[in-house]
Ligand binder design. Structure first.
Ligand SMILES: [Fe+2]
Ligand SMILES: [Fe+2]
Length: 144
C-alpha cells in the first residue's frame, strides 16, 4: 500500500484487536468488561461502515463507474457484518462462552476478509483525482 492511499484503510487493524480483547475478557468470564468492549466495538465499526457507505463507496463508484460491481459486493458484505453484530449482541448477554465464541469467530473471519477485499479494491480504484480532493473528503468523513 502506498503512503498516499493509507488514509483509506483507516481503522481496520483496530477492529481486529478490539475483537481479540473482547474474546479474552469473555474467556476470563469477565462478562461486564466483555459486553462493554463489544458495545464500544459495535459503535466504532458501525460508524466506520457508515462513513464508507455514505461517503467513500459513492465516491469510488462515481469516480470509476465500478465496472466489476465491487462496491455493490462490499456493501453486501457490510449488511452481512451488521446482521452478525445484531446476533452477537443478543448472544453475549447469555454469558455462555462456547456459544459466544462459536458466533464470534465467523464474524471475525468475515470482517477480516471484508477488510482485505476492501483494501484491495480501494488500492485499485484509488485515483489521483480522489487523492487531490483528500481534504474535502476527510471533512465529509468527519461529518458522518
Ligand atoms: Fe467496509
Ligand atoms: Fe473499512
Amino acid at each position: 500500500m502506498s503512503e498516499d492511499a493509507n488514509w483509506l484503510v483507516h481503522d481496520h487493524r483496530k477492529y481486529d484487536a478490539a475483537l481479540d480483547e473482547c474474546e479474552l475478557a469473555a474467556g476470563a468470564q469477565e462478562w461486564k468488561a466483555a459486553i462493554a468492549l463489544f458495545k464500544e466495538f459495535v459503535k466504532d465499526l458501525e460508524l466506520h461502515m457508515r462513513m464508507e457507505d455514505e461517503v467513500l463507496y459513492p465516491l469510488f463508484a462515481q469516480e470509476t463507474g465500478d465496472p466489476e460491481g465491487e462496491i455493490e459486493l462490499l456493501t453486501d458484505e457490510h449488511e452481512n457484518i451488521a446482521r452478525l453484530l445484531q446476533d452477537l449482541a443478543i448472544i453475549i448477554k447469555t454469558k455462555n462462552f462456547d456459544h459466544f465464541e462459536d458466533s464470534l469467530h465467523p464474524l471475525h473471519r468475515i470482517m477480516n476478509e471484508h477488510n482485505v477485499h476492501e483494501e484491495a479494491a480501494f488500492r485499485r480504484l484509488g485515483s489521483d483525482s480522489l487523492l487531490m480532493r483528500r481534504d474535502e473528503i476527510m471533512a465529509r468523513l468527519k461529518a458522518v
